[in-house]
Design a protein around this ligand. Structure first.
Ligand code: PEP
Ligand code: MN
Length: 338
């Protein structure tokens, strides 16, 4: 439920409403807009309690939130959330490109890739140090050594760093090196991990579960938001369907739909979604045309030697072509890269 305070409501009136809501055992989330203050009231069946405070002064209106996700919903916040990652704004008009290898394989390849993608206009370096591989016998990542390499690449290039965390026990350590914590498709419903990442206070890139509905995805975001963490970036990365010709099926419906349902930024990962480097460029353009706030793209100096996801990784020349195409598309849309 949302309590909409009147234009002229004083801080005293706002605090009185908040205190009353807490007294009856519900939680609040304050959203101070330019015109009005909204008090989100969170708790099972919160709307049923409205008469316990509806008489308090300064209240303009009390509205039920009809969606199961509350803090993530457009009803709760009409304006888009912009996640500010040290000056890189995700969710604003400019499109943010995140790029880098699937896995951090070593210092040289990482630096070479970072230097290349930053020169082309990427703002965030991706690279997994902890890899959630389908097989326990596949390369699992370099762990903390890989995180140190990511931090060194940031120091040299100025790129922000996004990297995956796979266990609640590692959140604190990964958060020491990363600017954005990536939560992968296989962990979208790992609630302990979602909450721990929420508590870290770091922005969270939340991949959609490969078999999850949009509602389940937004409820996963709700777990992070409910820890007081405002910085959730949603990432559509393809879902399982009957189609086997591509690794997953990129659900581009999700992009404009999530923008209707939620105020959170949404980006697209065409690399995991397609599994084929030749499809990454076209689907990147389609994603941006459909309203994605950004892209996360796998780039490798020598994709055929990659330790993970080589088939879907762009080499430098293909990345350059994509960036040029993207700039042309954005020009036609009267938009820009961040
Ligand atoms: C990745 O980004 O390399 C990755 C493993 O992503 P996802 O969780 O979407 O499969
Ligand atoms: Mn990958």
């Amino acid at each position: 439920m949302i309590i909409v305070m009147g234009h002229t409501a004083t801080d005293g009136e706002i605090n009185a409403v908040v205190d009353r809501v807490h007294e009856i055992g519900l939680k609040t989330e304050l959203s101070r807009g330019e015109e009005r203050t909204l008090i989100g009231v969170i708790g099972a069946n919160a709307y049923a309690y409205r008469e316990a405070f509806s008489h308090l002064s300064g209240i303009h209106e009390i509205i039920p939130i009809t969606k199961p996700f509350k803090l993530a919903s457009r009803e709760f916040r009409a304006q888009n959330t912009v996640v500010d990652v040290g000056g890189v704004k995700i969710g604003a008009e400019e499109v943010v490109v995140m790029a880098g290898p699937c896995s951090v394989e070593g210092e040289e390849m990482l630096l070479e890739t970072a230097r290349h993608v930053v020169a082309q206009g990427a703002k965030v370096l991706r690279g997994g140090a902890f890899k959630p591989r389908t097989s326990p016998y596949s390369f699992q990542g370099l762990g903390e050594a890989g995180l140190k390499m990511m931090a060194a690449a940031r120091d040299e290039t100025g790129l922000k760093v996004v990297t995956e965390v796979v266990s609640p026990n590692d959140v604190e350590m990964v958060a020491r090196y990363a600017d954005i914590l990536q939560l992968g498709t296989r962990n979208m419903q790992n609630y302990a991990l979602l909450q721990e990442a929420g508590r870290s206070g770091k922005p969270v890139l939340l991949k959609r579960g490969m078999s999850s509905t949009i509602e389940e995805w937004l409820l996963a975001a709700e777990y992070v938001l409910s820890q007081g963490n405002r910085g959730v970036i949603l990432c559509e990365r393809g879902i399982r369907t009957f189609e086997t010709a591509t690794r997953f099926t990129l659900d581009l419906n999700a992009v404009p739909l999530v923008r209707e349902l939620s105020h959170l930024p949404v980006i697209v990962d065409p690399s995991q979604a397609t599994g084929r480097h030749s499809l990454v460029g076209p689907m990147s353009l389609a994603a941006v045309a459909g309203g994605a706030h950004g892209l996360i793209i796998e780039v490798h100096p020598t994709p055929n030697q990659a330790l993970s996801d080589g088939a879907q990784s762009l080499d430098f020349a293909a990345f350059d072509r994509l960036m040029a195409d993207l700039r042309r598309l954005l020009g036609a849309m009267a938009k820009q890269l961040a």
